[in-house]
Design a protein around this ligand. Sequence first.
Ligand SMILES: *Cc1c(COP(=O)(O)O)cnc(C)c1O
Length: 387
Amino acid sequence: MSIKETDKQYVMGTYNRFDLLISVGEGCYCFDEKGKRYIDLTSGIGVNCLGYCDREWADAVSKQAHTLSHTSNLYYTEPCVRLAKELCMRTGASKVFFGNSGAEANEGAIKVARKYSYDKYGKGRNKVITLINSFHGRTITTLAATGQDVFHNYFFPFTEGFRYVESGNIDALKKELDDTVCAVMIEFIQGEGGVIAQDEEYIKAVRSLCDEKDVLLIADEVQTGVGRTGTFLASEGYGIKPDITTLAKGLGGGLPVGAVLVYGKLADVMGFSSHGSTFGGNPVVCAGALKVLERIDGAFLDDVKRKGDFVRKKLEGAQGIESVSGKGLMIGIKPTSKKAADVVKEGIERGVLMLTAKDKIRLLPPLTITEKQLDEALDILLEILAE
Ligand SMILES: *Cc1c(COP(=O)(O)O)cnc(C)c1O
């Protein structure tokens, strides 16, 4: 049986896979089993921020795998400690909890928010407000947090205590912020929701509303974080500091990791036995993430911004494109008439991998992609759109 047929027989059918088997990756290119080359503008959904199999990253991971592969959180390990410190230095956060995915990081953030409120105000102040059209993960709780009805099916009962408000509408939020609310959770740019950036004024108003009521602001930066938008965190670009930031996708450079970053007054909310994860802070994963952070310096981030501008300049107003959204190398493209899914399919045939998000084509290229590689891939995209 072929690999594709075996997959269909033995892997749960939760993904509608494209007819493409990826065998090898190198930088922003990957190759199928026949050796056909693809320019990858997806990074494994924003994960491979240094591209496939970056040499320094792979060396760091492999060195750690040969030194100390895993131990439990009952003991100290250096990579975990160094990564936590580095993340705090970078972001101004006070402490970090490590898990293994974005959904898990968001679960952790919700736990921190509820416990902070419970410790300070007692029972009953536990609601979390999220935005309509948000996406926060696939666990029962993060599905409940996700403000899209299509995700609220089959798996009842969902975790209680979530309310949804229209994004960009500060009055709607004000109305919901009663004394049963402990947190507001937002994405600065809704990723799965269609690459929709919040405006700065709204975010600043949310921040000050939360401050007024001692309601915590949770920033889900699972997709926007770690340099994707041209600043290390998207919150920096918006000029605000959340109370909790969650990271995942790009953080490990290709290995599974999630992180909950808490600021200031939340540093000691989660004490002994309040949370845990067998794999969280795994040394190999942390060694990979440390290499990612080492590489993403000021010059690297400027380069991401520059390449983001390059993409916008090339696409805006081009034939077949209605609008371009997003920030940095998180890009949404609304086609005028073609269906985004069809464009992605044609892209595969012509050797360019892209994503969709709702009715948009979504690009999350490796942050290390060169302008020349972008140019080549976008020419192919423009050809498809112009047909
Ligand atoms: C991908 C994503 C998640 C879920 O992350 P997983 O690692 O798949 O659990 C949560 N929030 C946002 C904003 C995401 O983009």
